[in-house]
Design a protein around this ligand. Structure first.
Ligand SMILES: *Cc1c(COP(=O)(O)O)cnc(C)c1O
Length: 807
């Protein structure tokens, strides 16, 4: 390369070579891509550490309030390209690696995807961490350092197979093990009364939590926060007593039992052992995090009474809700704070984000399990409940209301309602989109809202544009910067300046050219991973997200089959060539979701090998959806499928990533789709189907799918084809039960929305046939979704929940 290497790049190059030699133990002439990745990451990390320390020092010196974001999941994905981008070092690193004959992209591709989460909830936590660092809000994310994150998905013969994701197997160059930061976490045992009347818990078992810290660099590297993940260790790893007494295996088992806590994300919870492990995980990380933040507070400020002035603890869903009882235990039993004072501190400290209204997803734990595993915490929950119910009674609550607001559900074998515990113990409770918050207020928390009014607030989710636009779509980012200037990189609101270009033919061409490049690149990826050849000129119609019945991948598959049937009936018709792209994981024990994956694959297999539709329709299921794959898919999507049953998707964030990259949405009026439609305008989004206000009652009162199917020939043809084995000729009955189930109880109203969905898909195809109109809408999507930046969301949390000054 003729370009002169900058001083910054030269310094990086030397550091990388030094890291390679002295840390990785490699030689430049024989180093693997993985070795270069380690060396490049260590060199990058060195450029973060001083800023990290400075952020910490400033927080301490100024006595800043700090956000502690407690989340069972952090779906952070890869970090190297993100850190380089935020530090402004991408080009220097490219040059530095060029200088040693290595390609930056190849090096970045060596990094395993840190899949410490499932989907939206975990990705939200990751976007929030990045935004807090970018805005300069002092924060620590607390979670679990799972040795195996979410499984890696393989597709074999169309079926999902799960294999462990060994993201730590080659070492993690980002993390710092803090062997000095450990806390003991108790389980089981019993509670005894001390001579002074106080209660102490004597756990039967103690597990040690060890901190691992990863720096989270904000935009332009001005501020660096910490992601602190806890790993479980046996307190007595050798279990010498047992070992010496000859029980060698028993000694090992005790250790494995302790360390199982940080082994996997989502232990299978179909059996009691799996459920218990999950509760252990929740208590483990909640307790370690609270002990940690209390210790820090006492070290810095010396007075537990001021805790809530210096710390805001956000509970990301109910997984850390046991923290409410745990903080009370630490304050009352350990710090000796009087109960009422402790309760005021706890309520001022905690706030809670609800992520779902679906009854089966609302967490509750059997009282008996709690009593056995966490006896003191269970007592405290009873004490909290007694005071809470007494207050409600004084306000005139009747028995029905008391039973509805009680922390104990007496109807299902006595269970602790974790959402209620989180609600009662928090000063603010937020939903994640306007619709979701409204429904929360009128359904799950309606009674609690009466008894504890004024706590519910909305904070519509957001995404970090650094990752989801600048890094995922550098081509489009360059075009945007060339067109409206670089300020947009710091002020996402400036995206609105693109709107005047929406009708500009030259700009539309440039915008479409970027899309085309991204589609070509995705086409290569799909071919390499699946062997399926896509046509980048076709309309890329994309549904990627967790596979779940409420997200209705099935509806999309039914449309695919309908399209296939129509194309076969009229192969010479004027069809829009279309590519249906699916990706997503199903929970390992969720059989129906796995069957839907298989159906998508089977439908693809038949359609892709049918010469009559060769140039018209392709279907592909890309295996192992994760953050890195999402970064390749979002820029390549023309159409974003957001088609959940209205009222069931709390917010969605995939919808925001697509719209930001200029895809048009086909969606129901659900979650944040509603707010997206308000911002991009109804003429630039394809809305269909039942509203939440219609779907809710229909689901409750029983909806008759058979009538809908009988009245729709197209739908009947589709279901007949699937049920009779057109897509599973080797096993014709494979999908019979699925179709019959749909007819008998269509819980998610797939058949109810089918006609509207198909008609709206026809409008999509028509719009695609008018490129000037299509690209105008696409540009207006990008221009009008700046509000969905997680920087905006975080500023709202800071202002209205955490009581933090926003800089
Ligand atoms: C954004 C994202 C999600 C959430 O997608 P939804 O469409 O909102 O469900 C899930 N998984 C990954 C990897 C993501 O990046």
């Amino acid at each position: 390369m003729a370009m002169e290497i900058t001083a910054e790049a030269e310094a990086l190059r030397q550091d990388i070579l030094s890291k390679l030699t002295y840390e990785v133990g490699g030689r430049a002439e024989r180093a693997s891509a993985r070795d270069w990745f380690l060396a490049a990451t260590l060199a990058t990390r060195d450029r973060i550490v001083d800023r990290w320390r400075a952020s910490n020092d400033e927080t301490v010196a100024q006595g800043h309030k700090r956000v502690c974001y407690l989340s069972m999941e952090f779906l952070i994905g890869r970090l190297l390209s993100d850190a380089l981008g935020n530090l402004g070092l991408t080009e220097a690193m490219r040059q530095a690696l060029d200088g040693v004959g290595v390609d930056l992209e190849e090096v970045c591709a060596q990094e395993p995807d840190a899949a410490l989460g499932n989907g939206g909830l975990g990705r939200l936590a990751a976007c929030f961490m990045e935004s807090m660092a970018s805005i300069g809000i002092p924060a620590v994310g607390y979670g679990i350092r799972y040795e195996n994150g979410l499984f890696r998905q393989l597709i074999q013969d169309g079926r999902q197979m799960e294999v462990p994701e060994d993201w730590l197997s080659l070492g993690n160059p980002w993390e710092f093990e803090r062997s000095g930061i450990t806390y003991d976490i108790g389980f089981g045992g019993h509670v005894v009364r001390r001579p002074d009347g106080g209660l102490v818990w004597h756990p039967g078992e103690v597990v040690r939590a060890i901190a691992y810290d990863t720096p989270v660099v904000g935009w332009r590297g001005h501020w660096v926060n910490t992601l602190r993940l806890w790993s479980a260790r046996a307190t007595d790893p050798l279990h010498l007593d047992a070992f010496n007494s000859g029980d060698h295996v028993g000694a090992q088992l005790t250790r494995m039992q302790a360390e199982a806590i940080s082994r996997v994300l989502y232990p299978g919870d179909e059996n009691a052992a799996g459920q218990e492990l999950r509760l252990r995980q929740e208590y483990f990380f909640a307790s370690a995090s609270l002990q940690d933040l209390i210790q820090r507070h006492l070290r810095l400020y010396g007075d537990i009474a001021t805790l809530a002035e210096k710390v805001a603890v956000q509970l990301n869903d109910t997984h850390p809700a046991i923290g409410v009882a745990e903080l009370m235990r630490l304050l009352v039993d350990v710090q000796g704070v009087e109960w009422d004072r402790a309760w005021d501190i706890a309520r001022a400290t905690f706030s809670y984000t609800n992520h779902t209204l679906m009854p089966e997803a609302l967490e509750s734990w059997p009282v008996a399990l709690m009593e056995r595993l966490l006896p003191r915490n269970m007592q405290i929950i009873y004490l909290i409940n007694a005071r809470h119910l007494e207050k409600a009674r004084q306000q005139g609550a009747n028995d029905a209301l008391l039973s509805a607001v009680s922390l104990i559900d007496e109807h299902h074998g006595r269970r602790v309602r974790m959402g209620h515990l989180a609600f009662v113990g928090s000063h603010k409770i937020n939903g994640v989109s306007a619709l979701h918050t409204g429904l929360m207020r009128s359904t799950v928390f309606a009674e609690l809202d009466r008894v504890c009014p004024g706590r519910i607030t909305n904070k519509t989710n957001g995404i970090t544009f650094r990752r989801w636009l600048m890094r995922a779509n550098p081509g489009l980012t360059s075009l945007i910067v060339e067109t409206i200037g670089p300020r947009v990189l710091d002020e996402p609101e400036r995206l609105a300046d693109l709107a005047p270009y929406a009708r500009d033919a030259a700009f539309q061409r440039a915008f479409a050219a970027q899309r085309r490049k991204a589609k070509e690149s995705l086409t290569r990826l799909v071919r390499a991973r699946t062997g399926v050849m896509l046509d980048p000129a076709s309309l890329f119609d994309v549904q990627v997200k967790r596979i779940h019945e409420y997200k209705r991948q099935l509806l999309n598959i039914l449309h695919t089959v309908a399209l296939y049937n129509s194309m076969r009936a009229q192969p010479m018709g004027s069809w829009v060539p279309q590519t249906k792209i699916f990706a997503g994981k199903a929970a390992p024990s969720y059989h129906q979701a796995k069957l839907i994956i298989r159906l998508a694959n089977d439908v693809g297999k038949v359609i892709n090998s049918d010469p009559t539709v060769r140039d018209l329709l392709r279907v592909v299921f890309i295996p192992n959806y994760n953050v890195t794959l999402a970064e390749s898919i979002m820029p390549a999507a023309d159409l974003s499928e957001q088609i959940s049953t209205a009222g069931l998707e709390a917010s969605g964030t995939g919808n925001m990533k697509f719209a930001l990259n200029g895809a048009l949405t086909i969606g129901t009026l659900d979650g944040a789709n509603i707010e997206i439609s308000e911002r991009v305008g109804l003429e630039n989004i394809f809305i269909f189907g039942l509203r939440a206000s219609e779907a809710g009652p229909l689901r409750r009162d029983g909806y008759d799918a058979r009538a809908a199917v009988a009245g729709n020939d197209e739908l009947r043809g589709v279901l007949d084809a699937i049920a009779s084995g057109v897509f599973s000729p080797e096993e014709p009955d494979r999908y019979r039960a699925l179709v019959e189930g749909l007819l008998a109880h269509d819980n998610f109203l797939v058949t109810a929305d089918f006609a509207s969905y198909v008609a709206t898909q026809r409008q999509v195809a028509q719009r695609w046939g008018q490129p000037a109109e299509w690209w105008r809408s696409a540009v207006l999507n990008t221009a009008n979704v700046a509000w969905f930046s997680s920087d905006r969301t975080i500023r709202e949390y800071a202002d209205e929940i955490w009581d933090l000054p926003v800089r």
